[in-house]
Design a protein around this ligand. Structure first.
Ligand code: SF4
Length: 237
């Protein structure tokens, strides 16, 4: 089943703290009022220009296999392989906040308004993450309503380009999902246009399939450890 999902703009409005964090200002630090005003101006522009939308399609484990292997450039071992082969349900997804906001960021940089341009770039990145989270929540509700999710299950999303899953997998993912319908095109180097877009796979399964040792070679350079954050968020739901 394929579904286009209209995401409420207000639900993706990034908070000031998150926009500032995207600019490298850590939690607990109160910056100068001018910086806070700039973040607020960026959020106002976000509200004016962002148009969040998403698309999701249910996919079987057998059909996902060719998307996972993509163009054959994955790391030899990845957490995603072990997770999806043990999963209960899968869906491909893509979200975007649209082209207009990306054009506004470019316009601000082109007119030398670097401070507001950089702040809007942070707001747009955070808003895109929030849109992806909303799509994940939407899928969780869909599974719950269908009695396919219990208290010991989790839903977590993964994207090509991370954790050993090569970005070239985007090619087959796009072929199956067809996110062009919501305005997302696949460009050179497998980057998406608009840039403020996220695509990947939503995976549902028993909580313990998402629990693994972060001893893969690519984990050595990982600064986020986001796999742990995402599992903890599920435990707390
Ligand atoms: S530690 Fe980082 S690179 Fe390794 S699986 Fe977790 S998020 Fe991915």
């Amino acid at each position: 089943m394929r579904e286009i999902i209209d995401i409420p703009l207000d639900a993706t409005l990034p908070p000031v703290d998150a926009v500032l964090k995207g600019q490298g200002i850590p939690d607990g630090i109160t910056p100068d009022k001018r910086i806070i005003d700039l973040a607020r101006d960026a959020i106002s522009l976000y509200k004016e220009f962002a148009k969040p939308r998403g698309v999701r399609i249910v996919i079987s484990i057998a059909d996902f296999e060719s998307i996972y292997f993509g163009e054959g450039h994955n790391e030899p071992e990845t957490p995603l392989y072990n997770i999806y082969t043990s999963s209960s349900d899968l869906a491909l997804f893509a979200v975007t906040i649209g082209d207009d906001i990306c054009a506004e960021i470019t316009r601000l940089f082109d007119t030398n308004d670097f401070a507001l341009g950089a702040m809007l770039d942070s707001a747009a990145s955070e808003g895109t993450e929030m849109a992806a989270q909303l799509l994940e929540d939407h899928y969780r509700k869909y599974l719950k309503d269908d009695n396919r999710l219990d208290l010991n299950s989790a839903v977590i999303r993964y994207s090509p380009g991370y954790c050993g899953w090569h970005i070239s997998a985007q090619k087959k993912l796009f072929g199956f999902l067809k996110p062009e319908e919501i305005g997302i095109e696949l460009g050179e180097s497998y980057l998406m246009n608009p840039l403020k877009s996220i695509s990947g796979v939503l995976i549902s399964g028993a909580m313990d399939i998402f629990d693994f040792d972060t001893t893969f070679s690519f984990c050595r350079d990982c600064e986020t450890l986001s796999c742990w954050d995402r599992l903890n968020e599920n435990i707390n739901q």
